[in-house]
Design a protein. Structure first.
Lengths: 324, 316, 357
């Protein structure tokens, strides 16, 4: 699929995010993140805890400031200082689904208020009747019932609460959703339902997702493109199938080797690969994103790039031979 | 797959092993009865018998203090029996429930009139302190800019010696109820504000507040709907401590002669006058002190129990 | 499992009750389980299924409001349910049966050095001299993969990373050569790459030291990797158990089907994942019949009335569902998990995908 003629909805341009820790010490959470997200796709950001994936997601929500670079939404800068009107525009169009539904809902407010909060803030209804209708519809869309409105969050199960969280975001009719590990806090039997729901809503409303996850197995199912982030650096970006078939960065390979497969025969012969950064090019040359194949980017030095090029060509040949 | 009913032996067995109806939405219903915060607070509060007893004692004491003085019409400037020697220093009896004092007044009337003023002053001061303190404290806790200079204000104000301030103000403004209320509010609110600021800062960055921010909720709405409802219990605890302590303050200031003027009945001044008759007529001292103690303790206990009941962790 | 396998610990009809606000709730409902020497048994279940509570009866670690109201746990001729005082447990808990918990920090003392904490256990259980204990401790640290163990001996837990801390917990647990190691979600709090390393470590140590492992987890992927046999828990009961191949390739209980087929690993892009509605049962309510019935689209009328017995599928495979009764209609397992092995092989065969070498 060629990416040139697809419409870019969100653009992260050489973004650095640093935090001050104590006296003049700086913690670099995200370093030189640079990628575009196209309209209508699900873009996954995968990394371990502390990799900076949540920080980057929150920078899009304007919770964390960028210390360098810019974030653009529909061609307009949304990072740094922007006017109040633009800020409201961002809030309406970009919404977030949080990881822990228990922590992200106001325990002292009814579901009616939780779901209506955005409507109140922007006065997105003509009269009370329209607001009620909108809330009922939003709850129905996520498989909840109108009778739930007078209930409080603690009365719900984890899966139901997460669906309230989704309803609250969807009622704003956003174009872009940042979903920060939306299923990792849920019981296993409930995860599938939430994933299906997110997919259904995406198709119905032509949404774009930034799906943040630590788990590649989930991402394979839901994402169109995947970026792998490690210690604040995005090391590889590719279409989902490409990343699973031709992973090239050693960290991606290590990460893939640890995805548990529900098959004892396969799993028992599995070798877990440990990522060893010392195997990378130590020449000190600055790394940058280089395009290895169309749409397949790797963060590397020129020497590494040559190695990767050789490796991927070999992989392709092997696959072709196998196919024959 | 669903309707694959195989041939089975007996009819009822056929029934038992038939597929049950399956409703996708069945599991979404919540069976538990509707939850209501204030109803649960009330239910938790009245569950403990001791609490209910103390609450009744408190209501009787407060009610009596507020109502009895208007029935007795006690006025500290008028002592109708002052000329009647026989009416002085009567021991408590059927006619004189709490006995009479040095000028022949019924101690019963004097005590309730004094208690009324103490209660009114402490309630009014608590209300003013809380309203100012909570408003300022919530904004203070939210705004990082405001925090920088408010901390300095706090350091200065909280170090002003209270007694000195009370003395100067009562000389400048003259003794009276207004002065007393002013004295007890002029610095106290900042402690409430500081307390609320710290509490606000603790819950300010919780995820549900981030979620509200992402939905475009304004700071004021967040204070109203996200912060204050979480602080009900700790605010209640604060009030439970503040009301009795302000009653004691009033008594103390009046005892020192800095409080209410001679035109108003006051427990503090009463105790200070009666102290001199301690040797011969101890009841004159012990009765007002006992009423004061019972009032303070019952108010404190009821407040604490209400605060406990207001904590949703105790609801079940 | 072959017949000669020796049973090391045997739980029979264990029932555990908790007293919560003047009410008794039953967390474990008549669970029986035999562990064989040297095997790895995995208990899979969601939160609230009772998997942790059940294994706590093996070490007498139930919370103070819980009690074993019925059944027995036989270990070397002793009924562990009869042991009450901490003194009775001496020589068993931590010595013969050791536990690794989810969060390593709960098992480590933050103000004591790592070295102290390991030697303390060795001295206590093996009655050896200080220098000997230190020697053993450093050996153990090297064994669990702590680089430069001698120098890191005197460091404190906060100076270790999460994965390293979990290695230390394993070192402590294994330092008195236990016969049974209970791993209670040992990797849930860790990152995926570290998780794999810890699993590999436990496996290689098991090969070397020959202990029996009881794994508790909610992650079927982990189960496939580590287990010889698997028990699936739901609503305070084991509802199906068998060898790992039987559970993955020939599951019989609808709940096991649901768990397997809702895994995103086997989902096909663009299609919905299989899912079950509702939530696991609350232990506050009395469970009648089959606990899974309200969420089961294949539920029979009898499921709501009578608890199913265990039906035998093979010598080693048992499932507690009325669907196995000869009178029950035939229900096929969901399409998603038919030919699971072929499906996953196709996925991994491609080469890169999930990287199988």
């Amino acid at each position: 699929m060629s990416n040139e003629n697809r419409e870019v909805i969100l653009s992260i341009k050489h973004v650095d995010i640093t935090f001050e820790v104590g006296h003049k010490k700086k913690l670099v959470a995200v370093k030189d993140a640079n990628f575009d997200i196209y309209k209508g796709e699900t873009f996954a950001l995968v990394g371990e805890s502390g990799s900076g994936k949540t920080t980057l997601g929150r920078a899009i929500m304007r919770i964390n400031p960028c210390s360098a670079g810019e974030i653009e939404f529909e061609g307009k800068r949304i990072s740094g200082k922007i006017s109040k009107e633009e800020d409201r525009n961002v809030v309406r169009n970009i919404q977030m689904i949080f990881q822990d539904p228990a922590a992200s809902l106001n325990e002292r407010a009814t579901i009616d208020y939780c779901v209506s909060e955005g409507l109140y803030n922007f006065h997105l209804y003509k009269d009370e009747a329209e607001r009620v209708a909108k809330v009922d519809k939003a709850l129905e869309d996520v498989g909840l019932l109108p009778e739930h409105k007078s209930r409080y969050p603690h009365e719900f199960s984890g899966g139901q609460r997460q669906r309230v969280g989704i309803a609250r975001a969807m009622i704003m009719e956003p174009k872009f959703i940042v979903a920060d590990e939306p299923i990792s806090a849920l019981d296993v039997s409930i995860r599938a339902q939430v994933l299906n729901l997110m997919n259904k809503l995406k198709v119905e409303r032509n949404l774009t997702y930034l799906f943040i996850a630590h788990d590649l197995s989930v991402v394979r199912f839901i994402a169109d493109r995947i970026a792998v982030i490690h210690h604040g650096e995005i090391v590889e970006i590719a279409e989902s199938e490409t990343l699973f078939e031709y992973p090239i960065h050693p960290y991606t390979i290590a990460l893939l080797s640890t995805v548990p497969m529900p098959d004892p025969l396969v799993e028992k012969n599995r070798k877990h690969i440990v990522y060893d950064p010392s195997q990378l090019d130590q020449s000190g040359e600055a790394r940058e994103m280089r395009e290895l194949r169309p749409g397949h980017f790797v963060y590397c030095t020129s020497k590494e790039f040559a190695d990767y090029e050789e490796k991927i060509t070999k992989m392709e040949q092997e696959r072709n031979e196998k196919a024959l | 797959m669903m309707e694959e009913k195989n041939v089975n032996s007996a009819n009822n067995e056929n029934d038992l092993f038939g597929f049950a109806a399956f409703d996708k939405y069945e599991s979404e219903h919540i069976a538990a009865p509707q939850y209501s915060y204030w109803k649960s607070v009330w239910r938790t509060f009245i569950k403990n018998k001791f609490t209910v007893c103390v609450a009744i004692v408190m209501l009787i004491l407060v009610g009596f203090s507020l109502i009895q003085p208007s029935i007795s019409g006690y006025d500290p400037l008028i002592a109708p029996n002052v000329t009647d020697e026989s009416m002085r220093f009567q021991q408590p009896s059927r006619e004189h429930i709490f006995g009479t004092d040095n000028v022949g007044n019924e101690v019963f009337d004097v005590v309730w009139a004094g208690a009324r003023n103490s209660i009114i002053i402490s309630f009014v001061c608590t209300f003013i302190n809380m309203v100012i303190g909570i408003t300022v404290g919530a904004v203070w806790g939210f705004s990082k800019k405001m925090d920088k200079w408010m901390i300095e204000v706090y350091n200065v104000v909280s170090n002003v010696p209270f007694l000195l301030l009370a003395m100067i103000l009562s000389y400048v403004m003259g003794a009276g109820m207004g002065t007393l209320i002013f004295v007890m509010c002029v610095t106290d609110w900042i402690f409430v504000a500081f307390f609320i600021r710290t509490q606000t800062m603790i819950i300010r960055d919780r995820e549900y507040n981030l979620a509200s921010k992402c939905l475009g909720t304004s700071t004021w709405t967040m204070i109203k709907n996200n912060i204050l409802p979480y602080l009900i219990s700790v605010i209640m605890t604060y009030i439970a401590r503040m009301i009795p302590s302000l009653i004691s303050y009033e008594v103390f200031l009046s005892y020192m002669g800095l409080g209410l003027g001679v035109t108003k009945a006051s427990l503090g001044r009463m105790i200070s006058i009666y102290t001199s008759y301690m040797n011969g007529y101890p009841h004159l001292f012990w009765i007002p002190v006992t009423v004061l103690a019972m009032l303070s303790i019952s108010l404190y206990i009821v407040g604490q129990r209400l605060a406990d009941a207001a904590d949703p962790r105790t609801h079940m | 499992m072959s017949e000669e396998k020796k049973v090391i610990i045997s739980a029979k009809d264990v029932e555990v009750k908790f007293r919560v606000r003047d009410k008794y709730l039953t967390a474990i409902r008549n669970v029986s389980l035999d562990l064989y020497e040297g095997e790895t048994f995995a208990i899979v279940g969601e939160s609230g299924s009772g998997k942790s509570v059940f294994t706590k009866t093996f070490t007498g670690m139930l919370e103070s409001n819980g009690m074993i109201s019925n059944g027995s746990v036989m270990f070397h001729g002793t009924d562990l349910t009869k042991l009450k005082k901490d003194k009775d447990w001496e020589g068993i808990r931590g010595a013969k049966i050791a536990t690794i918990f989810q969060d390593p920090m709960t098992s480590l003392n933050p103000i004591r050095t790592i070295g102290f904490q390991i030697t303390e256990v060795i001295e206590k259980h093996q009655k050896v001299s200080k220098t000997e204990a230190k020697k053993q401790a450093i050996e153990m640290m090297e064994r669990v993969g702590i680089p430069d163990a001698a120098n890191r001996f005197d460091e404190y837990p906060f100076q270790y990373s999460g994965g390293m801390r979990q290695r230390i917990v394993i070192a402590i647990a294994l330092s008195c050569h236990p016969e049974i190691l209970i791993c209670d979600e040992p990797t849930t709090a860790l990152d995926v790459t570290i998780q794999a390393q810890i699993i590999d470590l436990i496996r290689s140590l098991q090969k070397e030291l020959g202990f029996t492992t009881l794994y508790i987890t909610h992650d079927l992927g982990v189960v496939a990797n580590v287990a010889d046999r698997v028990g699936v828990m739901y609503g305070g009961q084991i509802i199906e158990y068998g060898t790992v191949e039987e559970i993955f390739f020939d599951p019989r209980h609808p709940y096991t089907w649901a768990l397997l087929s809702s895994l995103p690993q086997i989902g096909e892009k663009g299609k919905d994942l299989y899912y079950i509605t509702g939530t696991p049962p609350s232990l506050f309510n009395k469970i009648k019949g089959d606990a899974f019935a309200p969420r089961n689209e294949h539920a029979l009328n009898i499921d709501f009335q009578e608890e199913p017995p265990f039906f035998q599928v093979s010598d080693t495979h048992f499932a507690k569902t009325w669907l196995l009764d000869p009178r029950a209609p035939k229900v096929e397992k969901p399409e998603e998990i038919c030919d699971l092995h072929e499906k996953i092989q196709r996925m991994t065969d491609k080469g890169g995908a999930f990287y199988v070498e």
